[in-house]
Design a protein around this ligand. Structure first.
Ligand code: PBG
Length: 325
């Protein structure tokens, strides 16, 4: 009897057939590696809650930079851990600040490596919030100038792309105007446009010493319950001049990634954040998950949802395996 029902299994029979009809491809060029740079020399400190992740001094970060370039990653994104913090976060825009030093070291050693920087104040403020404070209230507009200065100093140090992650309203416009005014018209802005107030940032805050000393970030980061609001956020940032967008976290927000991609068509990144990474790594260490398989599936899902780029702590590990290492 001739059966004409759909036989999906015909195309799943062999690796060759599966490869032929695969819809989503994962490639080191779509991965961005986060790097934590700390003041000092010869430092490589493992981050306990993120197996495989290290905090390095500027002289050491070039090892990660070289590996990222050799393995063909899309780029790196630099975070800084300053030696001193103060209420304004002045270390964020110091020309000899830690991110600036890290960027200069990376660009000197690996000129072809695409280097992005995270523009935010929380790693530099003594209170750990992403903006200036009046008592316990975050002052949105006075913070914009500090973010703009930070972005300009990153560009001056050699950053190829600046990525504001603070979630203050109006920051993209403030940064765009400041970059243009300082002669950096060609420096693109990757806006963390839809950044949620997520429990999955925990290990990052350990790594970057940026846990708020009081309260939380729900007054500026988005409510995990909201999707339509993410669309308003991304259009607001596009109108202000954002060139690329980011959704963060990634796996818990695949619907947002999909909607932002479909509704804007703009180059889109998604941040597979520290807690999303830590949960798989922890299960793998207990022998409850296969790390490599879970890594590939997680990254692939984020791409399939609509992200062109994935910021991931696995970027080097994935690229090594991709190249057969
Ligand atoms: C800075 C910033 C954070 C992350 C990226 N940029 C922390 C936060 O908002 O608390 C988190 C990244 C991660 O968890 O991997 N604002």
């Amino acid at each position: 009897m001739d059966l004409h029902f759909f036989r999906g299994r015909r195309l799943r029979r062999t690796p060759e057939l599966r490869a032929l009809v695969r819809e989503t491809h994962l490639h080191p060029g779509s991965l961005i590696l986060p790097l934590f740079v700390e003041e000092g020399e010869g430092l490589r400190k493992p981050v306990d809650s993120m197996p495989g992740v290290v905090r390095t001094s500027p002289d050491e970060v070039i090892r990660e930079g070289r590996a990222a370039a050799e393995l063909g990653l899309g780029g790196v994104i630099v975070f800084g851990i300053p030696a001193r913090k103060d209420p304004e976060g002045t270390g964020a825009w110091a020309d000899d600040g830690i991110v600036q030093e890290g960027v200069r070291a990376l660009k000197a050693e690996c000129p072809d490596l695409l280097v992005m920087t995270d523009v935010c104040l929380c790693e530099y403020t003594s209170h750990g919030h992403c903006g200036l404070l009046d008592g316990e209230a975050i002052l949105n507009d006075p913070t914009l100038d500090l973010l703009a200065r930070t972005a300009v100093s990153h560009a001056r140090a050699g950053a190829d792309i600046v990525a504001p992650s603070d979630m203050m309203d109006g920051r993209v416009l403030a940064i765009r105007e400041a970059l243009d005014g300082a002669g950096f018209r060609e420096t693109p802005i990757l806006s963390y446009a839809a950044k949620y107030a997520s429990a999955f940032y925990g290990p990052f805050r350990d790594a970057a010493d940026s846990t708020p000393s009081f309260g939380d970030r729900r007054g500026y980061q988005m409510d995990p319950a909201n999707a339509a609001e993410a669309i308003r956020e991304v259009w607001a940032d596009l109108e202000q001049g954002a060139d690329l967008l980011m959704v963060k976290p990634a796996l818990a927000y695949l619907d947002i990634i999909h909607r932002v991609k479909v509704e804007t068509g703009v180059p889109l990144a998604a941040y597979h954040v520290s807690g999303e990474y830590a949960q798989i790594m922890a299960a793998a260490r207990l022998g409850w998950l296969d790390e490599a398989a879970a890594m590939t599936e997680a990254l692939l899902s984020i791409r399939r949802a609509g992200a062109d780029l994935v910021v991931s702590y696995w970027a080097l590990e994935f690229a090594r395996r991709y190249h057969g290492g």
